[in-house]
Design a protein around this ligand. Structure first.
Ligand code: PRX
Length: 571
């Protein structure tokens, strides 16, 4: 059954005719926007911030920041000067092009300043979500051989400095106490640093940002993006986000995830847009207030957040004036048609679904304001992107056949490396020039793509991508646990929740206290969002003859489905 398409809402959009653009557009049209066109060199921070200081945008607000205690705004010129200062601090420490500099702290103006300053030095930015705990932090810093980290005194204890031989510099944002002696004070250094800095001009293919993300096997992998990604980040911010001069844009994602950098910093600032950042945790009132307070016109969020807002009821929406909103978008998980219809009712706006991944570096399949929306569909490929549904051999499948969602290799913001792991990188590109995403989908006869599920065991919970392996590895470190297998269990609010199946060692009983202790063990060792919401104790877990836990069988148990072919089962 085809749902009813939502008609185009008339307006002056940057992308006027999708089909036409899809036929004619070529990425080389965008190249002229950036300095490399003239000098052969480039730097993302220059293109995003400094460049606008040579135009009418110099005193335009680039960043509106607010949280429970702060309410600040920064112009492009302010951000240019502040990031210059930070770049000088790094330079004095001896940071050079290609070094990995991590930022591990809650959203704040200092986070954005440090990120831009890092990029100005030519170093590679490693953003880490603040919720990560010791082990998760260690894995990422060790794998990337980070040399410096910007953090807060509160988070310092989660960085196992003595186990990280390459990590030489710790820059602390916030009031340090005597235990923090020996580290660098952000405030002190910023107050003396010069606000003039000679940018490190880099090549298009030089490293920009390293985002760690999860697969179904192994430790998290470092997805490297290069400065060249700006081509697609700039163009999709124009076409998909539809950013225009007067817009006030709010992307709710944290820079710890790709949405928070590509669509929360780079894309909007490359277009000279005013960007809103709200610190602190999610609450419906807070979010509606943010839209009202800053007169947000374009809002980019995630299905989980929309579902939570929906759950808070219509009464809470009605308290606020949200009439400035003109364009609403979603990313990260399937956007239920129900949510789209709710959006139509309460905001009187279509919510535009967009599909992409850490690895794609920018939006790839989207709904555009100038196009009809079919609720439940992710939309159509961005002009310049070739997407298809392919079988396991890389043959394109006809419409309405389910298969692998794939993108033709070579789009501008494509990841360029899995850090330290060329083999893992190659795994993505083994099918006839296609990047195989790990998602299954189909394309309908009108060219709209429909998400069906993950092919691998990656879990998407509340919009966050979690690898079962990382959680299983943590679980079996617990003395009571003999075996562990982790799956995503469908959940109406969160998309999926994390469910762990465990077998206990002899001598342990499955008491509520023990299960709670195990949950906390993951929470404090890895991250709160990685802790299993449900734990089920089994005598034994299903394993292959080579000893690999069969998550497929766990999932079938959970869903009450047939377990399929069990010929490879241990016994
Ligand atoms: O399964 C898809 C899901 O999120 C995965 C990528 O996760 P991550 O790298 O963390 O990036 C998320 C945001 C860019 C995809 O493989 N996903 C992302 N967008 C959608 C989606 N699933 C359904 N619909 C979407 N619009």
């Amino acid at each position: 059954m085809q749902p009813i398409a939502l008609p185009i809402v008339e307006g002056k959009y940057n992308l006027k005719n999708y089909e036409e653009a899809y036929k004619t557009f070529d990425w080389s049209e965008v190249e002229k926007e950036f300095t490399w066109y003239e000098t052969g060199k480039v730097n993302m921070a220059y293109e995003a911030i400094d460049k606008h200081c040579e135009t009418h945008r110099k005193n335009k607000v680039a960043l509106y920041y607010s949280d429970a205690n702060r309410d600040e705004q920064y112009t492009f010129l302010d951000l240019k000067r502040l990031s210059n200062k930070f770049a000088n601090i790094l330079k004095e420490l001896g940071i050079v092009k290609g070094d990995r500099v991590f930022i591990f702290m809650p959203r704040s103006p200092e986070l954005y300043t440090a990120a831009l300053g890092t990029i100005k030095t030519g170093a590679i930015l490693g953003p880490l979500f603040e919720a990560f705990m010791r082990e998760a932090v260690k894995d990422r810093l060790a794998d990337s051989e980070a040399v410096a980290i910007v953090t807060t005194p509160e988070l310092l204890a989660r960085i196992p400095i003595s186990e990280l031989p390459t990590l030489k510099h710790i820059i602390l944002v916030g009031d340090a106490d005597e235990n923090d002696q020996g580290h660098i004070s952000y405030q002190d250094e910023m107050s003396r640093a010069s606000d003039q800095f000679e940018i490190e001009w880099v090549d298009r293919e030089d490293g920009l940002v390293l985002h760690y993300t999860s697969g179904s096997t192994g430790k998290p992998k470092g997805v490297l993006h290069v400065h060249n990604a700006m081509i697609q980040q700039y163009q999709t911010a124009k076409w998909v986000l539809d950013l225009q001069e007067e817009d006030v844009y709010w992307c709710t994602a944290d820079p710890g995830w790709v949405t928070g950098t590509a669509a929360g910093m780079f894309g909007p600032w490359l277009n000279g847009a005013s960007n809103v950042v709200r610190g602190g945790r999610f609450s419906p009132d807070d979010w509606y207030q943010t839209i009202e307070k800053f007169n947000v016109t374009i809002w980019y969020s995630a299905p989980t957040a929309f579902r939570m807002l929906m759950g808070a009821g219509d009464e809470s929406v009605k308290k606020y004036n949200l009439s400035t909103l003109r364009h609403v978008l979603s990313v990260g998980e399937p956007l239920n048609p129900e949510v789209v219809h709710w959006g139509l009712r309460v905001f009187e706006k279509r919510i535009h679904d967009t599909w992409w991944m850490t690895e794609t570096g920018a939006q790839t399949i989207c709904n555009y304001p100038c196009m009809e929306i079919k609720p439940g569909s992710m939309g159509k490929p961005v002009p310049g992107i070739i997407a298809a549904i392919v079988d396991d051999e890389g043959n394109e499948l006809p419409p309405n056949r389910m298969g692998n969602l794939a993108i033709k290799q070579g789009w501008p913001s494509m990841m360029r490396q899995i850090w330290n792991s060329p083999e893992k990188y190659d795994e993505y590109f083994q099918t006839k020039g296609w990047y195989v995403s790990g998602d299954s989908a189909f394309m309908d006869e009108d060219g709209y793509f429909w998400f069906q599920g993950r092919i691998d065991d990656v879990i998407m919970t509340a919009g966050e991508r979690v690898g079962p392996f990382e959680i299983e590895s943590k679980l079996i470190e617990h003395p009571a646990i003999a075996e562990a297998g982790v799956i995503g269990k469908p959940d109406a609010a969160r998309g999926e929740i994390i469910k762990a199946f465990i077998a206990l060692r002899n001598g342990y009983d499955a008491t509520d206290d023990l299960l709670e202790e195990i949950r906390n063990f993951v929470k404090t060792g890895l991250a709160a969002h990685a802790a299993p919401r449900e734990i089920e104790v089994k005598e034994k877990l299903p394993k292959t003859r080579s000893g690999k836990i069969m998550r497929r069988v766990l999932k079938a148990w959970e869903l009450g489905l047939a377990t399929g072919d069990l010929s490879t089962l241990e016994d």
